[in-house]
Design a protein around this ligand. Structure first.
Ligand SMILES: [Zn+2]
Length: 450
């Protein structure tokens, strides 16, 4: 994810001492009378549904009910996901470094991590709800001293939880799990989950059944070693000028492609005269690109173009109901042929190929691209971030794009960001409640907070 993933400049934060790190104080809020048990809500950054299911089958977290699939929106990154899941304000960009469409330049970046977590460094309003998150520097230190940071993070979380009045809900966010997976792979995370399991058992023993514990993650992760995609080289070879600002009018083929965390997606912004259809077409040739998605305003479609073909996703609202169509122009880039056929055979599609949103999600929540029509359409039409990219690229599992300096320092044993199942399938589980088989990010808030 953006805030945690390896970045290119470790120097400023590594120079900080622990004592100088910012600690957000819990915000005092009016307490409304509650009829349900007190809730400890804990987000584990980047822990995939399959990993937690497997841990549970080995006896960990056995005080919890069965986990459900929480579908993370594309691109599968922390701030994008948590803003959706908590119904919060959209972050400026997908990651700390982003392209500001009004200013026409790259903004943010590693400066965010220096010093205190002041309001201008808070990407989305969901952060105001957090009672615990780790000091800023931990987000980087996790890549240097993974186990020490994990232990310190857990200790701080526990102390903060203990000092909170026992009548109040508590919302904590452990980001170290994301770094452990990126750098240490699933084995390292398994060790960490064992210690978390012990900690939660202690808390349960102390608090009893009057406290419900809810664990969830923001996104999943592909658990394979990842290679860099040569995006910038490809763009330049294809005749594009790659720039950090577009304030002055220049060439007709101009793009900006912020490179930050080492993640499985890329966000590309086009100059005024740059044709996003040409750009999407040229990206189909690049190794590691699974597909790209862009808007086509001419018929309000989201156009998906990849090595496996081109398709248009369209959305319509009729009498308060949402419909999607998936129209193949050439091949089947999202592998939805069978789903389309089944919808047709069941009489759920109209003559123009539109089927109800509810019918699509019912057949795609565990698909190779979970909830693809709605998820990808909304990735370019709904404000998941304030500065939506012109072309969003989803890389295949095993590939990443991001800042080059850091990638020379680390082996990336896992990453996320793309629209495939492993990264899109986060989890949600509770000691007290069962959930539906799948929960969309936009439908998560009532389960998490109400
Ligand atoms: Zn990450």
């Amino acid at each position: 994810m953006s805030e945690v993933c390896p970045s290119h400049d470790l120097t400023p934060v590594l120079a900080e001492t622990e004592g100088s790190q910012d600690e957000r104080r819990p915000v005092l809020r009016a307490v409304k009378p509650q009829t349900r048990p007190r809730r400890l809500l804990l987000c584990l950054d980047g822990v995939p549904f399959d990993v937690v299911t497997e841990a549970k089958s080995r006896g960990l977290f056995d005080g919890f009910r069965e986990p459900t699939r929480l579908l993370s929106p594309f691109p599968t990154l922390t701030n994008v996901a948590l803003a959706q899941m908590l119904g919060a304000t959209p972050p400026n960009g997908y990651e700390s470094l982003y392209f500001d469409r009004e200013a026409q330049e790259l903004r943010g970046g590693v400066r965010k991590y220096i010093g205190r977590r002041t309001p201008d460094k808070v990407p989305s309003s969901y952060m105001d709800e957090l009672d615990y998150q780790e000091p800023l520097a931990f987000e980087f230190l996790i890549y240097v001293a993974t186990d020490a940071v994990w232990r310190a993070d857990m200790r701080r979380f526990r102390e903060r939880f203990r000092s909170t009045p026992p009548t109040r809900d508590f919302f904590g966010f452990l980001k170290a799990t994301d770094g452990l997976l990126h750098i240490g792979g699933p084995e390292r995370l398994t060790v960490a989950l064992r210690s978390l399991d012990r900690l939660l058992r202690d808390i349960q023993a102390e608090c009893g059944s009057e406290t419900e514990i809810v664990l969830f993650s923001d996104h999943g992760m592909n658990l394979e070693e990842n290679r860099r995609v040569h995006l910038l080289t490809h763009l330049k070879r294809s005749g594009y000028e790659v720039v950090s600002h577009m304030r002055r009018p220049r060439g007709r083929r101009r793009v900006s492609a912020p490179a930050f965390g080492l993640c499985g997606y890329a966000a590309i912004y086009c100059g005024e005269e740059t044709d996003n259809a040409d750009l999407a077409e040229s990206l189909r040739q690049l190794e590691g690109v699974d597909f790209s998605v862009r808007r086509d305003e001419s018929d309000a479609a989201a156009v998906v173009a990849g090595a496996r073909g081109v398709a248009r996703i369209r959305r319509e609202e009729r009498a308060g109901q949402t419909f999607y169509s998936y129209e193949r122009r050439d091949g089947d880039p999202l592998g939805l042929d069978e789903v389309v056929r089944a919808l047709g055979e069941e009489g759920l599609t109209d003559e123009r190929g539109f089927a109800p949103d509810a019918a699509w999600i019912a057949r795609t929540w565990s698909h190779e691209y979970p909830d693809a029509p709605a998820n990808l359409y909304e990735s370019v039409y709904s404000p998941r971030v304030r500065h939506t990219a012109d072309v969003l690229v989803s890389l295949g599992d095993g590939y990443y794009y991001g800042a080059s300096h850091f990638s020379r320092m680390v082996r990336l044993l896992a990453t996320h960001g793309n629209a495939l199942r492993a990264s899109s399938t986060a989890f949600l589980m509770s000691t007290h409640r069962d959930f539906p088989t799948h929960v969309r990010s936009t439908e998560a808030r009532p389960f998490l907070r109400d």
